[in-house]
Design a protein around this ligand. Sequence first.
Ligand SMILES: [Zn+2]
Length: 411
Amino acid sequence: MNSFLSELLENNIIICPDCRSDRMRLADTQISCRECGHQWPVRNDVPDFFNQYHDTTGIHRVDPTHPDHGSEEDRELIDIIMRALALDHTDHYEAVKDIVSRARTWSCHDQALSAEINHLKDRFAPAAHTVPQHPDIPATANSAPSIELVRHYFPEKAVAGGRIRGNIRVKNTGVSTWSSRTSVPLYLSMFWTDHDQTRIDLKADLVFLPVDIVPGRSISIPMHTPVPLKNGTYRVHACLLLRGESTGVVSQCGFKIKVVSPPSTVKEKFLSFFIRPSTPSVCPIFKAAIPDYGQDHAAGLGIFTSQLKKLDRRFTHVLEVGSGTHPQTAWLPQCKVVALDISSPMLELGSLFFAQQSIPLKPAFMCADAFYPPFKEESFDAIAMFSALPGWPPKIPQSWPLENPPSIKSR
Ligand SMILES: [Zn+2]
């Protein structure tokens, strides 16, 4: 058992997601609540406090005689994962085979969460293939797309000729999935119209969709747009563009932005500060291609570690939400990390990987719904997230106890 996980259990930091009791007991392959009796499995050293899956194949997955077990596609993916994580074949092949099989066949009540659990192939295979194959994309993807602008976080004013950025939330109101992973990718973009509803000719950015968006689902995405050169009141629209086509599908109505002259006096320069977008300059911007996660994460880690120094602790307790296989905070010195994710298969691979690394403080991998973190309040010093929001469910679960939401405060 991971030593930090044992420490958290011994100190009654881990609590029952159902009854919130801290009377949790670890047995060999499960953790149980001594208060309400609920039990959660522990697989490859990863407790699963979510554990709400059904098997989409209807086949008992550990039946080795069934033809579905160990398909050609699975074998290829197992090899890719073993190589990527430098896992020893003799020691780990069966474990990885079981993880891959579960990742493919498991599903849960929420489509967005199921996608996170199923998409093991996307996480590992694209790096190994020059031309990624995505058999999971529906054949109808990107046909007759339709978009609705749900809300935006752009400033009300912008300086003529400048650039502004902000988040927009858009909804797929069509009948087909949006995907940027197809051979003719669908991109998100923005454009401006003036008071005559004439389109302004600006070189707009094309933004890659970080995940496929099924009909009915919304996503929040950071956007970046040049501002027209002339003062006036404009509307800014979200649109979808298929590569190679100059026209695209446009949201029904945009939002209003007033474009003003660049400041000339000291006072105006001072005031202009307040009409800049409040988004910090380190906000990751998705470019027309797949974003460079390496650079983005390095910048994020830099900010995070500078904040940790201020805490001045001997050991910092860090919760990394949406960590997947490789928590970014795992290599920070003097940090005890819980790597939380909704995908048990991703975490189990991380657990196998870190088990063979010679670092003193190995991250504790834990599967749970981040909306219901199974921890006592004030039990972490810091919480980190890296590129996790695009995989977030479209809305907060209805059962969220609004009057008394589960929360985690700095200890
Ligand atoms: Zn309980």
